[in-house]
Design a protein around this ligand. Structure first.
Ligand SMILES: *[C@@H]1O[C@H](CO)[C@@H](O)[C@H](O)[C@H]1NC(C)=O
Ligand SMILES: *[C@@H]1O[C@H](CO)[C@@H](O)[C@H](O)[C@H]1NC(C)=O
Ligand SMILES: *[C@@H]1O[C@H](CO)[C@@H](O)[C@H](O)[C@H]1NC(C)=O
Ligand SMILES: *[C@@H]1O[C@H](CO)[C@@H](O)[C@H](O)[C@H]1NC(C)=O
Length: 195
């Protein structure tokens, strides 16, 4: 059922179209690559400071390791610092040091043995939280982890969900290291500014 528009109607549509497109351009609604917004448009008036405290549980041996070495260089095995090895982790984050304690999230990412002169890792990981109001929110850590000092500090470079626009730092302290299995528990204190 084809339908032709009556003359007044098509003139109306023509004028409407011209009007519509001109307002589109004039009203700055045309596709734009970038524009300034008031911070309040994303609810960014006030900053919050959060302190998160949890334990990072890493199991390297056994049937269900949470850390797996996925790559290394030919020279890694003869390097005193393990230079060139890359490990992928999916480590549970728990409220208390015991591995049976409540899980509040996972640390997922990689670390690379990135120094030839000392034990120093490049850490690239996300803390993916699953607890309460933080469920589904993440913090991204990118930093250098020199394993020997008692407290290592690494930057938090961003976040998602409740941690949008996050910036801050994480302090990591080895809680237990089993020198037979290589299993490690690391205490994390994370301080972040976010909105
Ligand atoms: C690494 O080792 C393998 C096997 O031993 C050898 O085939 C390969 O050429 C070596 N690569 C380099 C870059 O030395
Ligand atoms: C938890 O830790 C205990 C002792 O510290 C150990 O025997 C057990 O295998 C660990 N469980 C897991 C799932 O890692
Ligand atoms: C977290 O969110 C997921 C997906 O929305 C849901 O399945 C899960 O039950 C939640 N966990 C907690 C502890 O609220
Ligand atoms: C492992 O740790 C125990 C005590 O914590 C120590 O006596 C032992 O020498 C260590 N072994 C190695 C290989 O470092």
């Amino acid at each position: 059922m084809a339908k032709t528009l009556s003359k007044p109607t098509s003139i109306f549509f023509m004028l409407f179209t011209i009007f519509f497109f001109s307002t589109y351009v004039i009203a700055d609604e045309a596709p734009v690559f970038s524009k300034n917004l008031p911070p309040s448009s994303l609810g960014l008036e006030q900053k919050k400071l959060s302190h998160l405290h949890f334990y990072f549980q890493e199991i390297v041996r056994g049937p269900k390791p949470t850390a797996v070495r996925v790559a290394q260089a030919n020279t890694t095995n003869t390097s005193p610092t393990g230079f060139g090895a890359v490990v992928v982790i999916d480590d549970p984050l728990t409220l208390l040091p015991e591995n049976t304690s409540k899980v509040v999230g996972q640390a997922q990412g990689t670390y690379t043995f990135a120094s030839q002169s000392e034990s120093a890792l490049l850490m690239v990981m996300n803390f993916a939280f699953t607890e309460g109001e933080y469920n589904g929110s993440t913090l991204s850590l990118l930093g250098r982890n020199t394993v020997s000092p008692s407290v290592r500090e690494m930057p938090i470079v961003g976040g998602s969900g409740v941690f949008r626009f996050a910036r801050g730092y994480a302090q990591a302290k080895t809680y237990t290291f089993d020198n037979k299995t290589g299993d490690t528990v690391v205490e994390y204190n994370v301080y972040v500014l976010h909105h």
